[in-house]
Design a protein around this ligand. Structure first.
Ligand SMILES: [Fe+2]
Ligand SMILES: [Fe+2]
Length: 245
């Protein structure tokens, strides 16, 4: 299958949305995304399953996530509006994955960039619009961040320099905390993205690939709460607010 077939498959997923007006809006948004979104592989390939690699890999990831979301929504007995908002969000969650200008790797602020991109479009229902935007914004929690990749590199390379202002620190804390307190639509979107991107759980309609467990060991990180906590504490240390010794 070519990347173009996957593109059509993703558009087909719009049929699951009950509100025709919302489906039309999502369709319009998809019409404005970067061309590379349709053709690129999933940019953090080291942490993703094999079917997310190669041309169209990102779209295969998004399509998989829509199926996981659909099952989760059934299991949780979502109301129609909850299903619609969540399905719209999971379809759109990675439209800015490689940054405002499509770059070569994952930009970890892409939830916020996607949120701001969607803000520009007309939605018939403003409440649904907010639910969709937030679903996209917090989809990566607990890894969503306000810190741009360039700044993150700077901080990592200069751990002893106080490079964050108080305002930046509080903004980051708020972003992370909000993402960790999702409503149930956001939670289903987060979970769909999480399960859709587990390296050891490879699946795609018609395709399954056994995991290379030895090779995957080195990539299996950032997955447990302890590791996440370590990362956050690491940030704090770099910010000189709560030095950890
Ligand atoms: Fe993402
Ligand atoms: Fe994703």
């Amino acid at each position: 299958m070519s990347w173009f077939d996957h593109k059509l498959e993703l558009y087909d997923r719009l049929d699951t949305i009950n509100s025709k007006s919302l489906a039309k809006t999502v369709n319009t948004i998809l019409g404005e995304v970067d061309h590379e979104f349709w053709k690129d592989h999933c940019s953090n390939r080291a942490n993703h399953p094999p079917e997310d690699e190669g041309e169209g890999g990102l779209i295969r990831h998004v399509i998989k996530c829509t199926y996981i979301f659909e099952q989760e929504a059934r299991r949780q007995r979502f109301e129609s509006f909850e299903f619609d908002a969540g399905m719209a969000a999971i379809i759109l969650h990675d439209i800015k994955k490689n940054g405002e200008e499509w770059g070569k790797s994952t930009e970890y602020t892409h939830g916020i960039i996607g949120y701001n991109f969607i803000k520009k479009f007309y939605f018939a229902d403003r409440t649904i619009k907010k639910l969709v935007m937030n679903g996209v914004r917090y989809h990566m929690a607990p890894w969503n961040t306000t810190i741009l990749k360039m700044k993150l590199e700077l901080v990592k390379n200069n751990p002893d320099m106080p490079l964050f202002t108080y305002k930046e620190f509080m903004g980051e804390l708020e972003e992370r905390t909000r993402g960790m307190m999702p409503n149930r639509i956001e939670k289903a979107v987060q979970d769909a993205d999480f399960w859709g991107s587990r390296k050891d759980i490879s699946f795609y309609p018609g395709v399954s690939i056994m995991p290379d467990t030895e090779r995957n060991k080195e990539y299996r990180k950032h997955d447990t709460p302890e590791e996440w906590l370590k990362e956050i504490l690491g940030f704090n240390e770099k910010m000189y607010l709560y030095p950890i010794r």
